[in-house]
Design a protein around this ligand. Structure first.
Ligand code: FES
Length: 219
């Protein structure tokens, strides 16, 4: 397996400042928008995460096993984790809000919603958005887990999520901000997403029966 030092082009005696500097340089080169690829981007983030974890000296890692309601968005800074604030589309529909509302998340914050409806989670470098939600104890919708349906679709309010080349969403869907969470990996440091948008009329016909396939991996 390739060493994280090789990925970041570092000597093995590199200190924290060297790691930080190398990560900033490499992650820019590896970003899909600047000529890299999702795979390279994830590799760089994983390498950084590995070296950062090595220096945590036994401190608990982020996310898994933490009550979602207790997650602090400042947690995970400097460890390659991506901070995600999420909102369930059913709340938007029930309350007569609109996906295009500028203050959608501010209204959600004021509404005292259940932790499963509105909250925060951290995505580790090797997790898709759906995997991260599941690994933190949330039940987000899915079906094929392979880019062939809209069951796992999310709406991006802020940030960027990768989109695989062969997927079911049209260019227009993508331009409007829809992405697939089962194989979407964060490409920005923070995300705000609305999940459970599969019931929107424009996505409804792209749905499959819920969850016929189980996850190949377990926690
Ligand atoms: S679950 Fe079908 S594309 Fe994600």
């Amino acid at each position: 397996m390739v060493s994280p030092f090789d990925v970041l082009d570092l000597d093995e005696d590199a200190d924290d400042a060297d790691v930080e500097r190398a990560y900033r340089d490499r992650v820019k080169e590896a970003h899909p928008d600047t000529g890299g690829s999702v795979e390279e981007f994830q590799l760089v983030r994983r390498a950084y995460r590995e070296l950062a974890d090595r220096n945590l000296d036994g401190a608990e890692t982020n996310g898994t096993g933490t009550d979602p309601a207790d997650i602090d968005l400042t947690e995970g800074e400097g460890t390659g984790s991506i901070r995600v604030e999420f909102l369930d589309y059913e709340v938007i529909a029930d309350r007569g809000w609109d996906l295009a509302d500028d203050d959608l998340f501010a209204k959600a914050a004021d509404a005292d919603l259940a932790p499963a409806d509105h909250g925060r989670l951290l995505v580790e470098p090797d997790e898709s958005l759906l995997e991260a939600a599941e690994n933190r104890g949330f039940s987000w919708p899915f079906s094929c887990r392979g880019g062939a349906c809209a069951n796992c679709a999310v709406y991006l309010v802020e940030g960027e999520l990768s989109q695989p080349a062969n997927h079911i969403l049209s260019e227009e869907h993508a331009e409007r901000g829809f992405r697939l969470s089962c194989n979407g990996y964060p490409l920005s440091d923070e995300l705000k997403v609305v999940f459970n948008v599969k019931h929107l009329p424009e996505l409804d016909e792209l749905r499959l029966p819920p969850g016929p396939f189980r996850r190949a991996t377990t926690e």
